[in-house]
Design a protein. Structure first.
Lengths: 434, 297
């Protein structure tokens, strides 16, 4: 009896394994999109329904705007967009759903994640993007939206082909409180480390704290500073080799030890657990914070409504490193399922969201960055536009420092010890080498 | 009659056995097998798996962060366990000794269990450990110990701060179990001992403790089960990415399987252009470890 039961169980398990393993394999080939060049038909109303797995929650600003846009889109085209609000859980839910052959036409997430992790599910949209639409003034879509981001999406796409359309771009730079700069008598944003220290001295003299950080962004700060000291490639090489042993790590230690000794970094920085750092900025006590263009939106509920936002690229630090022309930038992006039967309709919705009225509205509602070249950036991010336009070198996120959880953890521990006076520069460099 | 019974047993057990097999046994065995393979995504078809022998295990035990995770969970289990057991036993003994307002205190001490861990964590981080206006530093400053005010969530103390916050919530739960055990001990024993001249400490050590052996075992099992699944507090004290001081095998596994820092619990924002390296096979192995740790319990 026991033996029988055991064999039965083994059979059930094997069946489950085979079925589970092969479930996602049977997928039909995608219908190829129509030939390029032509203008897309948009006048005839359609009764098609497309399913959109969204990275937003319906309650956040982006979700709310997208929900309104979906209604407006139906009104205009007749196409129903059935939104499945996943929030950031989409990172866990999308792939199993696609593998199971669920009807999903459109999905979105970070440009690197969609192209990297979900690349094999993507439809090549080169042809669709080369067409013109109502809101593109007779030009192909790719001519009217931010070229830098289209190039980025293409470079990350499977086989170097454009398979996603970016939206909600962002860049990573020093976000600062213009009012504090004004009170401290700083007339120009610092472009070099000497100017940075001089600005910090003035802010400190004005009774405010120059800069803060929290545990979530320590690796970014370290990565940016190292790339300014030795350049992007050498910085990334340290991560690849898993050895943070460049002699410039000592220089980093000396420079940030000086920041600590002179009281330029918040005394709470070492113990700040996200989002404590940005709350210090919101409270008006801290002037600068290395962060993304999403910051004004994130802290709009705790910062005063008239918070005077400014931003500038992290200054140049060493001769061998990058200058303010090198920054991290990225975007969310829309991808179309290669098995969709409604590629054109899904793409029309993408165009609807990334150009014209709804591109502007999405940017305004989320204090984010619009995609269309002729769109106006929210006034909080005017300076950031100049930085992004002038950027010629793109850093990956945190200049690679978060690619390895071990390195990230090491930076967090040792940097916190450095800016709380528990480690000196040499101690920091030695601890990073271990 | 016998055969009828058999049919009945099969009919009644089948749904439960089927569900248990599909929802628990199958994923467990699949994960164990998966830990010997190189796998890109958790849901990838078996045909795409590449055999890797003990490679994943070797990599994992050579990863400093995983070693930190093991050390942390060991300390949480041992130090936290001793603390929680002692404090909850003390409360249990006091509340069953005929003190006034027993139900009130019992409810108050149990209350943290009713509140979501996320709310509790936020309270501890923002209202207890905050260096500027938190309870501890304000009290210390108020008492004149200005130098004792510290960075409770800095890298040196964050582990202990997290452990205290976690244990605070666990005391009530284990206290209830102790109390139910103590209340089951017949009062005659205490009466007889009192007549014989035993004091309160003697009654505790000679009657209460020996008769609580079974309850003690239950408490240790439950403590082990809950600490091995230590995840939420680790995420709360390091919400976006892992820290060596707060990482546990569960949070490490989550990071590996669901990609770089996608902690959905508290990180409500979006992060752009970040690395998305995932490593489900090591994550799977981590899962094997967590499962193995549960087994003896």
């Amino acid at each position: 009896m026991k033996k029988k039961l055991f064999s039965l169980m083994a059979i059930v398990l094997t069946c489950a394994m085979v079925l589970g393993g092969c479930g996602g394999a049977a997928q039909s080939a995608a219908p190829a999109p129509a030939a390029s060049g032509a203008a897309s038909k948009s006048d005839a109303k359609s009764d098609v329904t497309i399913t959109y797995y969204s990275m937003w929650n319906e309650t956040e600003p982006q979700g709310q705007t997208i929900a309104q846009a979906v209604d407006a889109f139906k009104e205009k085209t007749g196409i129903t967009v059935d939104v499945n609000w996943q929030g950031r859980d989409i990172r866990k839910t999308l792939q199993p759903a696609l593998d199971a052959g669920q009807d999903i036409d459109l999905f979105d997430e970070d440009v690197e994640r969609v192209n990297g992790t979900w690349g094999k599910y993507l439809l090549n949209v080169e042809d669709l993007a080369a067409k013109s639409y109502d809101t593109t003034n007779g030009k192909p879509l790719t001519d009217v939206i931010n070229k830098k981001l289209v190039d980025l999406a293409r470079s990350l796409g499977p086989d170097g082909k454009l398979s996603t359309i970016p939206y909600q771009p962002s860049t990573f730079l020093v976000m600062y409180n213009k009012d504090i700069f004004k009170t401290a008598g700083i007339t120009a944003v610092p472009k070099t480390w000497e100017e940075w220290l001089a600005a910090c001295a003035k802010i400190k003299a004005a009774g405010k704290t120059p800069i803060t950080v929290d545990d979530a962004y320590m690796a970014s700060l370290f990565g940016y500073h190292m790339a300014r000291l030795i350049g992007k490639d050498k910085t990334l090489a340290m991560v690849t080799n898993k050895k943070i042993d460049d002699p410039a790590v000592l220089t980093f230690g000396e420079q940030w030890k000086e920041m600590y000794d002179k009281g330029y970094i918040s005394k709470n920085a070492a113990g700040n657990i996200y989002p404590a750092g940005q709350q210090e900025v919101a409270s008006g006590n801290v002037a600068m914070y290395l962060n993304g263009t999403w910051l004004p939106n994130e802290i709009k509920n705790s910062a005063p409504a008239d918070f005077n936002w400014g931003s500038f690229a992290y200054p140049a630090v060493g001769k061998g490193g990058d200058g303010p022309e090198a920054n991290q930038y990225g975007a969310q992006c829309f991808g179309i399922n290669k098995n969709t039967k409604h590629a054109e309709e899904a793409f029309k919705f993408i165009v609807f969201m990334t150009t014209g009225e709804w591109d502007n509205k999405l940017a305004a509602d989320s204090i984010g960055v619009p995609m269309a070249n002729d769109a106006t950036w929210p006034k909080q991010l005017t300076d950031a536009k100049a930085v992004l336009d002038a950027t010629t070198t793109r850093y990956p996120w945190a200049v690679g420092m978060e690619n390895e959880a071990d390195i990230n953890a090491k930076i967090k521990t040792n940097f916190a010890l450095l800016v709380s006076g528990k480690l000196d520069a040499k101690g920091f460099a030695d601890a990073m080498k271990k | 009659m016998k055969t009828k019974n058999k049919a009945m047993i099969v009919i009644f057990l089948a749904p439960a056995v089927f569900l248990y097999t599909m929802v628990f046994l199958y994923p467990t065995i699949r994960t164990v097998i998966m830990s010997f393979f190189k796998v890109e995504g958790v849901t990838d078809a078996v045909s795409t798996w590449k055999f890797n022998g003990m490679g994943n295990f070797k990599t994992l035990f050579n990863t400093p962060l995983f070693v930190s995770a093991l050390q942390n969970i060991g300390l949480i289990w041992l130090v936290g366990g001793i603390g929680v057991m002692l404090v909850s036993l003390l409360f249990g003994v006091i509340l069953t000794s005929g003190v006034h307002g027993k139900s009130f205190f019992r409810s108050v001490i149990y209350l943290p269990n009713v509140i979501s861990a996320v709310a509790m964590g936020t309270m501890w981080i923002n209202y207890v450990y905050n260096p500027d206006f938190g309870l501890i530093n304000s009290t210390l400053k108020g008492l004149g110990f200005k130098n004792a005010a510290a960075q409770w969530t800095g890298p040196e103390l964050v582990f202990w701060s997290m452990l205290i916050a976690y244990c605070f919530g666990m005391v009530g739960y284990h206290m209830l179990i102790w109390m139910s055990g103590i209340e089951r001990i017949p009062t005659d024993f205490y009466e007889a001992a009192t007549i014989e001249g035993a004091n309160v400490f003697q009654r505790f050590s000679k009657i209460t403790l020996p008769l609580l052996k079974g309850v003690c075992r239950t408490n240790i099992v439950l403590w082990t089960v809950s600490t091995m699944a230590f995840f939420v507090w680790s995420q709360l004290f390091s919400p976006v990415n892992l820290s060596a001081s707060t990482v546990t095998p569960m949070s490490y596994m989550y990071e590996l399987v669901f990609g770089a820092s996608s902690s959905a619990i508290t990180d409500a924002r979006f992060r752009c252009g970040r690395g998305n390296r995932r490593d489900p096979d090591h994550g799977g192995h981590c899962g094997v470890y967590v499962y193995a740790a549960h087994c003896p319990a």
